[in-house]
Design a protein around this ligand. Structure first.
Ligand code: ATP
Length: 208
């Protein structure tokens, strides 16, 4: 038992095209700091807020997540959104994972916090989980914007985002794809098994 009256379950969703070290480090800090019993990593089928490459295959993104988290106890990589198909709305996912004996925590990066109030049924999302955010950059201007946004969420909706305390890792999937396109080394961006997978399957070679 975790010492709490409910199971503590985390959810970390994203496009993960590809999953990178920033995701892995944030996910581990999330598990530790929110004292999660387990954490779902859920690659989206179609992300509602992002363009995705026409050559994208969600199965590759799922497999890379499995490889990246293979040695992390308590992580469950789930195909729930890919199996559901279509646009992947966090509201639907939280609804599906809600249980009376479970307290859900949903983590996103700072970029997502700023746009959270444009998400499908975001007010209902606030009712279904404890929202959590993690810094992904050191920029003080963004810090100020985040503080203002979080204060706004608290004042308007009575919801308080919890913060994961960790040194920001300034990596993005875009930067990884760009490096592959330019033939640069990606070993410091992604876990070794993900790097091999990208090479074996020739992913991101033809797209900037
Ligand atoms: P892209 O560059 O393609 O937009 P991304 O790097 O932002 O991708 P996503 O898969 O879209 O990666 O992100 C999934 C979740 O992980 C989002 O909540 C995002 O804010 C968060 N995230 C992404 N990169 C980092 C990072 N370096 N540190 C912490 N969180 C991150």
């Amino acid at each position: 038992m975790n010492g709490y009256d409910q199971l503590r379950v985390g959810i970390f969703g994203g496009t993960f095209a590809p999953v990178h070290n920033g995701h892995v480090i944030a996910a581990k800090a999330f598990m530790e700091q929110m004292k999660l019993d387990y954490l779902y990593i859920i690659p989206a089928c179609l992300p509602p807020h992002k363009q995705i490459s026409p050559s994208d295959d969600p199965k590759h993104r799922l497999r890379m997540c499995e490889l990246a988290f293979a040695d992390v106890d308590g992580v469950v990589v789930s195909d729930l959104e890919i199996a559901r198909g279509g646009k992947s709305y966090t509201y639907d996912t939280l609804k599906e994972l809600s249980r009376p004996d479970t307290r859900l925590f949903f983590m996103c990066g700072t970029d997502m916090v700023l746009s959270f109030d444009t998400w499908y049924r975001f007010e209902d999302i606030f009712k279904l989980c404890y929202p959590v955010y993690v810094r992904r950059e050191n920029d003080p201007i963004i810090t100020n914007r985040i503080v203002a946004k979080i204060t706004e969420y608290y004042q308007k909706y009575g919801v308080m985002f919890r913060k994961i305390l960790t040194e920001p890792i300034e990596i993005s999937s875009t930067a990884v794809r760009k490096a592959v396109f330019e033939g640069r080394d990606i070993s410091s961006f992604v876990p070794p098994l993900v790097e091999s997978y990208i090479k074996t399957h020739g992913l991101y070679i033809g797209e900037e």
